[in-house]
Design a protein around this ligand. Structure first.
Ligand code: ATP
Length: 345
């Protein structure tokens, strides 16, 4: 296949397995976010793609060619790390053109490419500025431009936005995604921020304990999480134990969920339902009875915490759908079968 393929990639440090049998196929031009909690192996996987770390076993293929033994400088990649590593004594233009200078490009070629890239990152006319005089977001863009100077085939970024404040970070996520789409370059970004991954990625790769747990488009990860870890890591969710009777009917908190079936062979399961899919209404009928313990009004959304059977269920609504409830009130909770995802537990 064309694009990047990881085949059974494992990396061990002594007895410790940092990346465990990772398999992944990424077609050309896709934006991939490696997502997971601290220590799950994201950076190690990225470093192996970069050739900065040798896999203990497995292979990395680029357009069908095994690049596992190819050294970093021959892999045709652009890289940006959290530290950015810009040269403080050089101007913006010279920082961007640096990779070309190393390759022996003429002064004119360097200037032409650096001006092109400055336009691309929305900093035209900044060539002669010292990097020390740039804002955090501008520095970020210069590091990105420098990584793109040699028109790489793969663009690899490790937590590139983590030093920025929340607002700038969100703006840069959109900018980075738009830039990647304009260039159509296959891109891997390491992040532990699920919102960042949902904003930018075509393909989110969720990792846990060195393993790839799920690789799918962001909305599929959100709507159809592969397991309880993924469901819990991506956005807010209600994870509830499910009981299954002999006829295969699924009950949650003592209430049968009409129309919800369990995959064959599964005897122990849990149900994940997103807070925005939980309905609150009056007690009775098929609803699960509970007590409202807290209401959090965040302006754009209202979160209602309901205690039932020793569990707390969170329901989220917009102000327009605002449930008319207060703490202490009894409510009926409905979990629509079509919004419930049955997971192995
Ligand atoms: P973070 O988000 O905190 O950067 P990560 O998901 O990127 O985490 P890695 O940096 O890939 O995680 O590390 C995965 C595991 O491998 C960690 O437990 C780490 O301590 C271990 N590890 C990484 N590099 C080495 C090394 N050179 N020697 C020994 N252990 C290592």
């Amino acid at each position: 296949m064309s694009g990047l393929v990881l085949k059974d990639i494992t990396k061990s440090f002594g007895n410790f397995t940092a990346v465990d049998t990772a398999n992944l196929s990424v077609p050309h031009g896709k934006f991939v976010c490696l997502l997971g909690p601290s220590g799950c192996g994201k950076t190690t996987l990225l470093r192996m793609i970069a050739g900065l770390e040798d896999p203990s076993s497995g292979a990395i293929l680029l357009d069908g060619t095994d690049i596992t033994p190819v050294p970093t400088h021959k892999r045709n990649l652009g890289m940006v790390f959290q530290s950015l590593a810009l040269f403080p004594h050089l101007t913006v233009g010279d920082n961007i053109a640096y990779p070309l200078r190393i390759r022996g490009a003429s002064r004119e070629e360097q200037k032409k490419r650096s001006d092109e890239l400055l336009k691309l990152i929305h900093l035209p006319g900044f060539a002669d500025r010292p990097v020390a005089k740039l804002s955090g977001g501008q520095r970020q863009r210069v590091a990105i431009a420098r990584a793109l100077a040699l028109s790489p085939k793969l663009f690899l970024l490790d937590e590139p936005l983590s030093a920025l404040d929340a607002k700038l970070r969100e703006a840069m996520q959109v900018e980075l995604r738009q830039l990647q789409q304009r260039l159509g370059i296959t891109t891997f970004v390491v992040t532990h921020d699920q919102r960042e991954a949902m904003t930018m990625a075509d393909l989110v790769v969720v990792m846990g304990n060195g393993k790839i747990l799920q690789a799918a488009p962001p909305i599929d990860i959100y709507r159809k999480p592969a397991d309880a870890f993924v469901a819990d890591f991506i956005g807010m969710t209600n994870l509830l134990d499910a009981e299954v009777d002999r006829a295969g009917r699924v009950s949650v908190l003592g209430q049968a969920i009409a129309g919800l079936t369990i995959p064959e062979g599964l005897t122990k399961a849990s149900v994940s339902i997103r807070p925005e899919d939980v309905h609150l209404g009056s007690v009775g009928g098929d609803a699960i009875s509970g007590t409202v313990i807290f209401v959090r009004d965040l302006g754009g959304t209202i979160e209602t915490f309901v205690e039932t059977g020793g569990k707390t269920i969170i329901a989220v609504a917009t102000p327009r759908e605002r449930p008319d409830v207060k703490a202490g009130q009894q409510v009926g909770v409905t979990l629509p079968a079509q919004s419930c995802v049955v997971l192995k537990s």
